[in-house]
Ligand binder design. Structure first.
Ligand code: FAD
Length: 300
């Protein structure tokens, strides 16, 4: 086998449609040879390395509001597909009401990369290791999608089908992700275990989130999402159910951590063995839940 030490980008046509409908139609007319382009931080690497051979990249960054970030106390937060991660981190409403989202963005690579990389691109790439996806799951993200039949909404929780696979059809463009206003107080933690402390994909990623919930027997609602330990980013329903029924305590968080471990199905790869990942899920989930609980108590 010969390895090209200096791979180059293959030739492609850059398409810049004037409207979302034009973009959707172009994508639908060229299935398998055209894909939507945002920051390109996944696309250009995959094309350079020969995994993707698209003839057309369709730039959807500036179309019909995809560059907007807006907040409304009733409707919550809407982040346009073209909004890069540094803009998300710097946005006041994100810092005030969705700090977990900013923490998750900060864990992605470097400042330079985050001036290009977007949350929607991270989601649509559908890697189980995507660092922002856990925060988007626990915060109840809803995707706004434009297809050839017009707009529709899809819950992020039902979006992923497998590594690199989603419910998106040819012609579909995710235009934004929106989040309801979290109940106050709420708190969250993203713990990323990598081979180094910067710029590496996670061996394991654990997102924990908690908020008050007068409707649940425990008075609280907790969620845990896991990265890099299953074919898709995993929202662990068993943790939410269990901690909804138990008063928060160190023992309950330990028990919930065992449920998270049971729910995941990791593989061995260059970054870590399945056995190590499972043990890390258990340890990091217990810690992340405890930290979330501590933060929640400080916020009350
Ligand atoms: C050096 C380096 C370090 C990295 N480190 C990390 C890391 O630490 N953590 C991490 O999670 N990721 C990391 N990544 C991966 C990458 O930066 C993220 O996945 C990024 O968020 C992708 O966003 P983007 O805007 O660049 O997407 P793009 O590359 O433009 O697109 C990604 C995928 O989504 C599809 N897509 C894009 N927009 C849409 C849309 N509107 N509708 C439907 N489909 C769409 C594209 O067709 C493509 O398949 C790294 C990448 C590099 C190059």
């Amino acid at each position: 086998m010969t390895i090209d030490a200096h791979p180059e980008l293959p030739e492609f046509d850059y398409i810049r449609p004037a409207t979302l409908m034009e973009a959707s139609r172009f994508l639908a007319d060229h299935p398998g040879e055209a894909r939507p382009l945002l920051g390109g931080t996944d696309i250009f690497v995959r094309m350079r390395d020969g995994f993707w051979k698209d003839k057309y990249l369709v730039d959807v960054k500036r179309l019909d509001g995809t560059g907007n970030l807006s907040f409304d106390p009733q409707a919550g937060l809407t982040i346009g597909a073209g909004v890069n991660m540094n803009r998300v981190i710097a946005a006041r409403p994100v810092q005030s009401y969705y700090p977990l989202l900013a923490d998750a963005c900060r864990s992605v690579a470097s400042y330079q990369l985050r001036t290009r990389a977007t949350i929607v691109g991270n989601i649509c790439n559908a890697s189980p290791a995507g660092d922002t996806i856990g925060a988007c799951l626990v915060l109840g993200g809803l995707l706004n999608i434009h297809g050839v039949d017009g707009p529709r909404q899809v819950s992020l929780a039902g979006f992923f089908l497998g590594p690199g696979k989603t419910v998106l059809q040819p012609g579909d463009i995710v235009t934004s992700i929106q989040f309801p206003l979290p109940p106050q107080p709420a708190a969250g933690v993203y713990t990323k275990l990598g081979r180094n402390t910067w710029s590496d994909l996670s061996i394991v990623g654990v997102t924990a989130y908690g908020c008050v919930d007068p409707g649940s027997p425990s008075g609280y609602h907790f969620q845990v999402a896991l990265a890099s330990v299953a074919p898709v980013p995993l929202l662990v329903e068993a943790v939410a159910e269990y901690l909804g029924s138990q008063p928060p305590s160190a023992e309950a968080f330990q028990q919930a951590a065992h449920l998270a471990e049971d729910a995941c199905n990791p593989i061995d790869d260059v970054r870590g063995s399945a056995r190590y990942r499972k043990a890390m899920v258990r340890n990091l989930t217990a810690r992340a839940l405890q930290k979330t609980w501590d933060k929640l108590n400080t916020a009350v």
